[in-house]
Design a protein. Structure first.
Lengths: 308, 309
């Protein structure tokens, strides 16, 4: 187990370094930030001074080594757009995206456990069929289109919810609603599958034979076992949620990581792009490693291996 | 002898088609979605012959013309856009690019990913392992963010869009092909082929590949939907297809500005994306059951029951 974790951490680190190298050199191909930040009639001297101050005049590999040297000290460079340390800019955006992701993930797991176990209780029953069709539909809906249609219905026509922005409870409804669509459909099917196996296993028959109430057979005996695959799939969905967050944050104007990323690329704010990618990759890989540990703790078979 | 062979082949083929029809007919949703997909495919292939002209003809008196009336002919049944161009014609033209981009990237990622997975699974070794690890980790990173960076650097053209989309889906095929090969290469017929002195290339492509192929095709149907959604999301964000060209995703993005005055500009293209991906998903879940020997009795028994009625 620890050997496995060790390998996991090493490969994650390699991936982060690879990502960093790729992004650092690719981003610098997009053109001179001086063209964007200085007025058109700027004299050559000022241009030179600008690129010297930010180190753009040196060869790219020299810039890269300097960047890595600073990075080790925890300095991610300075944001050109905001004239603040890039890490601070990213750290401002992280809580927004993290809270969006955490709320929508918890909602979709809870809903999936409920719907999935009910669907598995009577396979091919009406509830099962409807939930399966809905899962397919949610996997097929383009989230940006659903978001726009939701604005059209709930904000423009009915005037129930605000079109965009951050604020109280009513600002959360649409973004969360859009974000849970994709993971929910997948998770429901995963729960259904694992519950089907659990419900037909011997210990459930024993529980029924002992006269345990149906409710407790489903939600206590089977669900405990049915939850295992959910944990793994939920981890895979972390990246999917980040994808969704890019769309949701752009449409609803939330100042999160996704919006920051798009804005910084469009404004050639290199330091922020790099910092965003490193921090996002770090968070996602850490979550995945924690999920592996969590999984091992949940599954008694693996837990025994770990101790023995 | 040769003639006879051709004869049985063609008879076989017809038998296959009719049995395929029966199996397909037993699942109504899969049947409807395959008909819908064939129609969309035909529109993508031939639509531009009759829609190219009305799709670009501006008519300012028809600006944001409302849908669901036949007063100006069937071309304006779904309304007109902000420059008075027929929505139906524009949807038809956009269909071609949408399908083209998704189709090309799926084919590219399936073939390269499949071959890479086959080879790395067959030869094994350290390098194969390292490639797979990196693919795993890349897969856990949000593909949209990576695509955004890459697309912003290379001029957003159809070609770079196809390549980026193909790259982000590559690991799926690599993983699957590799996993299958690892299992298949232990089977008896592979050992037999090795003993008889078949070359490695022949074993991989003649003996193993045909068994991996069906799985890859099933994934590809599902992936087509995924790639289509990816393309439209990128175009929606403004870094995919650029304006003179058109895809459904871009049409949604453009329609977003007229949300309050003309909802149909964003609604219909998004609906088309949804219908196509939904049909693909339905079809692939049906394919999965059909290709799974443990489950495919479901389709076949219901067919027999239908016959008895």
């Amino acid at each position: 187990m620890f050997d496995f974790l060790y390998k996991r951490i090493i490969s994650s680190l390699i991936a982060i370094i690879g990502l960093l190298i790729m992004v650092f050199f690719l981003v610098r191909l997009t053109g001179d930030p001086g063209n964007l930040y200085l007025p058109i009639d700027t004299t050559l001297e000022i241009r030179k001074e600008f690129s010297e101050r930010h180190g753009f005049n040196k060869p790219t590999y020299v810039q890269f080594f300097k960047y890595v040297k600073d990075l080790v000290k925890g300095d991610f460079g300075t944001s050109l757009r905001k004239a603040r340390p890039a890490l601070d800019v990213v750290m401002d955006a992280i809580p927004v995206t993290m809270s969006l992701a955490a709320v929508s993930m918890s909602f979709s797991i809870l809903l999936a456990l409920l719907i999935g176990s009910l669907a598995a209780y009577k396979p091919n029953g009406i509830f099962d069929r409807v939930s399966r069709l809905l899962s397919l539909a949610t996997a097929s809906a383009p989230d940006f289109w659903v978001a726009i249609t939701a604005i059209l219905i709930f904000s423009v026509s009915l005037r129930w919810l605000p079109t965009s922005g951050v604020g109280g409870f009513e600002h959360w409804i649409m973004p969360i609603g859009i974000l849970i669509i994709r993971p929910l459909g997948i998770l429901v099917q995963v729960v259904r599958g694992s519950m089907l196996t659990a419900l037909s296993s011997d210990f459930v028959k024993t529980a029924r034979a002992k006269g345990v109430r149906e409710k407790s057979v489903i939600f206590v005996h089977s669900l405990k076992n049915g939850m295992l695959p959910v944990v793994t799939v939920a981890g895979d969905q972390a990246a999917a949620i980040a994808n969704g967050a890019v769309i949701v944050e752009t449409i609803y104007g939330w100042p999160g990581v996704g919006k920051l990323m798009i804005d910084s690329i469009l404004q050639r704010d290199f330091a922020v792009v790099q910092a965003t990618i490193i921090v996002t990759a770090f968070i996602i890989l850490t979550i995945n490693i924690f999920i592996d540990i969590f999984y091992a703790m949940l599954d008694p078979r693996i837990r025994i291996q770990l101790n023995g | 002898m040769d003639d006879n062979y051709v004869l049985t082949r063609s008879w076989d083929f017809r038998e296959k088609i009719t049995s395929l029809y029966h199996v397909l007919n037993s699942d109504k949703l899969a049947f409807i979605s395959s008909i819908f997909l064939i129609t969309v495919g035909a529109i993508a292939l031939f639509g531009h012959h009759f829609a190219a002209e009305p799709a670009t003809k501006m008519n300012l008196s028809m600006r944001n013309y409302e849908p669901f009336t036949l007063d100006h002919g069937w071309l304006f049944y779904l309304g007109a856009d902000s420059l008075g161009r027929s929505m139906i014609a524009r949807l038809v033209i956009a269909c071609q690019k949408t399908i083209l981009i998704a189709g090309c990237s799926v084919v590219i990622s399936m073939t390269t990913g499949g071959v890479l997975g086959l080879v790395s699974g067959f030869y094994g070794g350290k390098i194969g392992n390292i490639i797979m690890r990196i693919a795993d980790v890349i897969m856990s990173f949000p593909s949209l963010l990576l695509a955004v960076v890459v697309l912003y650097i290379f001029e957003p053209s159809i070609m770079s869009l196809i390549i980026v989309l193909a790259l982000t889906r590559l690991p799926v095929y690599m993983r699957t092909a590799r996993a299958e090969v690892l299992e298949i290469k232990e089977r008896l017929f592979v050992s037999a082929a090795i003993t008889m002195g078949a070359t490695k290339r022949r074993i991989i492509f003649r003996h193993i590949a045909p068994l991996v192929y069906p799985t890859l095709i099933t994934i590809a149907t599902l992936d087509f939907a995924f790639v289509m959604l990816g393309e439209s999301a990128l175009s929606f964000l403004g870094i995919g297809i650029q304006p003179p060209e058109m895809t459904w995703g871009l049409m949604v993005a453009q329609g977003r500005n007229y949300l309050q005055s003309a909802w149909w500009l964003a609604f219909f293209p998004g609906m088309m994306i949804m219908l196509v991906t939904l049909s693909l998903n339905l079809l692939s879940s049906w394919l999965r059951i059909l290709l799974d020997p443990v489950q495919n009795w479901r389709l076949k028994t219901s067919r027999k029951l239908d016959g008895k009625k």
